[in-house]
Write a protein that binds this ligand. Structure first.
Ligand code: AMP
Length: 299
């Protein structure tokens, strides 16, 4: 099959209680594509400014990522700044500078339009919609978002949601969008708005996969050393969809395994700053964590 990932490539400034890192590489597309690259060869759709380092593009290519859908524009790359408190599930966005994202209107290449699985990662819902309309008979379209878009572009977001199969969102976003405090009720309410699958990310408490006919929960891998939670959600999504693309199946057993692989990829991300944890993993490391997970939940 084939997987297209749309999202941001960014310079992130990240502050944790211990450290501050200025302008490190991030963005939803960077995390998702690297996580997916351990299962398949994802194609990316993104935009960067002329200030974006070429060695990062080389890194994507060396991991088998197809970068023909990457546009390099004159100007500055998207910049996001976030701060974490002592609870890694709580973060505050300090700054979002869209820069070259402001006027991004991607035209998908013919083979990208015919992709089997498409991940509309966290970006402006108007761009997500624009891309959704260019797709030709996709088997599965998934989308992600962030509270900024729920706050400032709710209607546009609901429009894309109507036309996707799978919605990845964190617990806070699900409750906010549904206007419900109970997570399951909120998830079920969003299922009525379009997607047939809800993937509710709960940070260090794992994730829930919700469908009309079944529900599955996975833990987050128990990490003792959480350095930077940024990108955990995007890595989860990339690992999840990368695995489905590899096995070419959307059966329940594969959806469950996809959720576990998603958690495994997220666990590697949060152990280091930015994309460092996803740069050079081996398949053995991934499989080892997957089987540790198995032991953890068998009883
Ligand atoms: P996550 O921690 O998985 O929610 O994703 C964090 C990543 O999302 C960071 O690397 C940011 O660069 C990126 N990001 C944050 N806000 C936005 C936004 N408004 N649009 C696109 N990407 C964003």
């Amino acid at each position: 099959m084939s997987l297209v990932i749309v999202g941001s490539l960014a310079f992130d400034t990240i502050e944790t209680p211990e450290t501050r890192k200025e302008k490190i590489i991030g963005g939803s597309c960077a995390y998702s594509a690297l996580a997916a690259s351990y299962f398949t060869d994802p194609k990316i759709v993104a935009v960067v400014g002329s200030d974006f380092p070429s060695d990062v593009i080389d890194l994507f290519q060396s991991r088998g990522v197809d970068t023909r859908g990457l546009t390099i524009e004159k100007g500055k790359t998207f910049h996001w700044e976030g701060r974490y408190g002592h609870d890694p599930n709580q973060r505050t966005t300090i700054k979002t500078e869209l820069n070259v994202f402001q006027d991004f209107k991607p035209e998908l290449l013919p083979d990208y339009r015919r992709a089997d699985i498409v991940f509309l990662g966290n970006i402006d819902p108007d761009i997500q919609e624009d891309i959704r309309l260019q797709l030709v008979c996709p088997k599965l379209v998934a989308m992600d978002t962030i509270n900024l878009w729920i706050n400032i572009k709710r209607d546009a977001l609901l429009k894309v949601l109507k036309d996707v199969d799978m919605f990845f969102a964190n617990d806070e976003e699900v409750k906010m969008l549904a206007g419900e405090n109970n997570l399951i009720t909120a998830g079920r309410k969003l299922l009525e708005l379009g997607p047939s699958h809800m993937i509710i990310k709960k940070g260090e408490h794992g994730a829930l996969l919700l469908r009309e006919d079944f529900i599955f929960g996975t833990l987050a891998f128990p990490c003792e050393n959480v350095v930077d939670p940024t990108g955990a959600g995007d890595s989860f999504g990339g690992g999840f969809l990368g695995y489905l693309d590899k096995v070419q199946s959307f059966e329940k057993k594969h959806l469950r395994r996809a959720a576990v692989y998603g958690s495994v990829m997220a666990s590697f991300t949060i152990e280091k700053f930015g994309i460092e944890g996803l740069k050079a993993l081996t398949l053995e490391q991934i499989e080892q964590r997957y089987s540790e997970f198995n032991k953890l939940v068998s009883f």
